[in-house]
Design a protein around this ligand. Structure first.
Ligand code: F6P
Length: 360
């Protein structure tokens, strides 16, 4: 294998706390090994033309580990394999242009940081002959092959603090407060933040819920003298078929229009219990801000391992956390799959033993 002289790093999809920490680690590790690092801006768009990338040195990435967002910018829409772009030579397939420019920019390999969508695209580029290594990023934590994606821990920490704060006001007003958290296909954030924050009900996409069962859980709590409740709802949670007409509209299959389930659950629970309810959507607050120390460490280890894999020529892989190790997985074993919460996961069972209802 020819020695690696220059690598490109890009991120795609929604941002997640820890992105800058990965970029910093990639750049510093590469520079330490005498490899130049090119930061590609706005996901794969950075490969479309000269001028949308910049050489990053260890000095350039100094101080960015604690910053949210990404110094490279990101794009959360489109697929290079579906798009055509206009060039001075006429219309070109976006993906073909990326491959051509990858070679013209004299990049030897790529580090692609992303969730399922971005890593799926990366896998297609790998099949076209682009040497690359993936790094798993999503606050939803739903990528297979790794117990943690960086960003998840930070999102959980934020959501837990929010639930703590909502507890005091819910208790003061004797209300039910419904908190909607992110989690499109998987309820990891809802589960972890719900348990850590001492929620009374946790509704996740993996367990279609029945609001009568939720009401029963809250009633039992009320019978023990608690006159307020916190209900955590993952944005992708949905009611068990046809049990509550009130929620059917929200369950009509428009996955791209997620959000709003918390408000619907709050409205329906208000009617069912006769209690005053409020709902709060944490939304993108969960993605912003500084990464936790856990995510900084994970991101740093991921970035370092990604460069090591490139130096070994172990392409078509994704770095992964298999505690306590950082390991490599084959991209083809990971992409196109979702790691959801198993209904018999020990934390689900423990939560139920604590009296938390999942509405099942
Ligand atoms: O990263 C995944 C995610 O956090 C989902 O939970 C959410 O549905 C989505 O991003 C929202 O992304 P955006 O608003 O950036 O399109």
């Amino acid at each position: 294998m020819a020695p690696i002289k220059r690598i490109g790093v890009l991120n795609g999809g929604g941002d997640a706390p820890g992105l800058n920490a990965v970029i910093r680690s990639v750049v510093k590790t590469a520079n330490h090994a005498g490899i130049e690092c090119l930061g590609l801006e706005d996901s794969f768009d950075g490969l479309l033309e000269f001028g949308r990338s910049r050489v990053l040195t260890s000095v350039d990435v100094r101080g960015i580990m604690r910053l949210g967002g990404t110094i490279l910018g990101t794009v959360n829409s489109g697929n290079p394999f579906d798009e055509t772009i206009q060039t001075s030579d006429g219309p070109r397939k976006y993906s073909e242009r990326c491959v051509e420019m990858f070679h013209r920019m004299e990049i030897d390999a790529l580090v692609v940081i992303g969730g399922d969508g971005t890593l799926g695209i990366a896998h297609q580029f790998y099949q076209l002959g682009i040497p690359l290594v993936g790094v798993p990023k999503t606050i939803d934590n739903d990528l297979p092959g790794t117990t943690n994606c960086f960003g998840f821990d930070s999102a959980v920490a934020f959501a837990t603090e929010a639930i703590d704060r909502l507890h005091t006001t819910a208790e003061a007003h004797r209300r039910i407060i419904v908190v909607e958290v992110m989690g499109r296909y998987a309820g990891w954030i809802a589960l972890y933040a719900g348990v850590a924050g001492g929620a009374d009900a946790i509704l996740i996409p993996e367990v279609p819920f029945d609001l009568y069962a939720v009401r029963e859980g809250l009633r039992q709590r009320e019978a023990l003298g608690a006159h307020f409740s916190i209900v955590v709802v993952a944005e992708g949670a949905f009611p068990a078929g046809g049990k509550l007409a009130l929620l059917e509209e929200a369950n009509s299959g428009h996955v791209e229009r997620l959000g709003g389930m918390g408000a619907k659950v709050a409205e329906a629970l208000g009617k069912l219990t006769g209690k005053e309810t409020r709902s709060v959507v944490l939304g993108h607050l969960q993605r912003g801000g500084a990464p936790t120390s856990f995510d900084r460490i994970l991101a740093t280890r991921f970035g370092g391992m990604a460069v090591d894999l490139i130096r070994k020529g172990d392409f078509g892989t994704m770095v992964a956390f298999a505690p306590p190790e950082i390991v490599a997985r084959r991209l083809e074993d990971v992409v196109g799959k979702t790691r959801t919460v198993p209904p018999d996961f020990d934390l689900v069972l423990a939560a139920k033993s604590l009296g938390i209802t999942f509405g099942d």
